[in-house]
Design a protein around this ligand. Structure first.
Ligand code: HMG
Ligand code: MG
Length: 299
């Protein structure tokens, strides 16, 4: 069966803008967040407290926190990799954090400057102190399906990384197909492996990049498997600067179009969302890669 309602976890301001070659002005970021909230999105990953030299595009998080209009009924998670990032997040008054582990050794080194094993020490400190401070913490497993240097990732390996993060006290686990290589059968296998490892289906989210055009098919497979939280990026922006082959995320518009067709509730105003992505495409100087945006707002 399919769920009656899906929670859309919007990642455009973070996953989208971290991968832009030009840094977007903070006023534009604040307006992007405001437009997304007004389009009905209720969880919007706003930015990152990562090292400013590693991701200069998101180095202005403190300023964004000052400038953005905080809606009471919207959760605004920020990526937090380590103790220093958590200090910054707490200082800024942020209530929702997200840690992001790697399922593979090579990507742990490239994305976190840590080994597969030592990343857990870093995250465990973050999760313990964040939850003590009353914050909610999401955990990502990046490269959960396949990886540019090591190839296909064993579902049991990705699931065990996820389980270790959940055991630290995270309340949600997002399975990241960072480079977009997953296919629907693999999605089912990983979800089964997570549940077998002891992660409840209700706490699992999926995070698909659309590099190989599989993001929507993978999402449908995940919904059929019992997932009810789906990550997506307005206009299909996104990618990871430390995983060269990654392209944009599943476009939120493409997700909304499918959910509407299936009669699944989501709370998002598609016209307002398309208008937001068209506006952002103008700011970025190139058209949105989303098929639904192109269909509904032909240029
Ligand atoms: P490091 O260089 O190993 O850090 O970076 P360190 O702990 O050795 O510290 C070195 C210096 O950096 C210290 O300063 C720290 O204070 C400072 P010093 O004492 O030498 O003067 N420092 C910081 N400053 C500000 N903010 C911080 C911070 N941390 C240290 N947070 C680190 C380690 C993890 C920080 C670095 O590797 C990093 O920032 N990585 C982030 C990479 C990233 O953001 N990648 C993209 C997001 S992941 C993604 O996109 C995938 C996802 O979408 C899911 C999917 O698609 O699958 C989530
Ligand atoms: Mg991503």
């Amino acid at each position: 069966g399919l769920p009656e309602r899906v929670e859309i976890y919007e990642v455009g301001p973070r996953d989208g803008l971290q991968n832009e070659s030009n840094t977007v002005p903070v006023a534009v970021k604040a307006e992007f967040l405001e437009r997304l909230a007004n389009a009905g999105l209720r969880t919007i990953e706003a930015s990152s407290f990562v090292h400013p030299k590693w991701v200069p595009q998101l180095a202005d998080s403190e300023e964004l926190v000052e400038r953005m209009n905080w809606h009471d009924d919207v959760a605004y998670p920020f990526l937090v990799p380590n103790a220093r990032g958590l200090d910054r997040a707490i200082e800024a008054g942020v209530r929702h954090a997200a840690v992001f582990a790697s399922a593979t050794e090579t990507f742990a080194q490239r994305n976190l400057n840590r080994s597969l094993e030592t990343q857990f020490e870093m995250f465990s400190q973050v999760v313990t102190r964040a939850t003590e401070n009353g914050m909610r913490v999401r955990a990502y497993v990046s490269m959960a399906f396949g990886e540019p240097w090591e190839g296909a990732v064993d579902p049991a390996q990705a699931a065990s990384v996820g389980k270790r993060l959940m055991d630290m006290g995270c309340d949600e686990l997002s399975l990241g197909d960072t480079i977009g290589v997953a296919t629907p059968g693999h999605v089912g296998a990983l979800l089964d492996a997570c549940v077998a490892a002891g992660v409840p289906m209700e706490s699992i989210a999926v995070h698909f990049h659309d590099t190989y055009g599989q993001a929507l098919s993978n999402t449908l497979a995940a919904l059929r498997h019992g997932v009810t939280t789906v990550d997506a990026s307005a206009g299909g922006l996104g990618g990871c600067p430390f995983a060269g082959s990654a392209t944009g995320n599943l476009a939120t518009e493409d997700l909304v179009w499918m959910l509407d067709g299936l009669g699944i509730a989501h709370g998002v105003d598609l016209d307002a969302l398309v208008a937001t992505s068209v506006w952002m495409a103008g700011e970025l100087g190139r058209p949105s890669p989303s098929r639904v945006v192109a269909a509904l707002a032909p240029s």
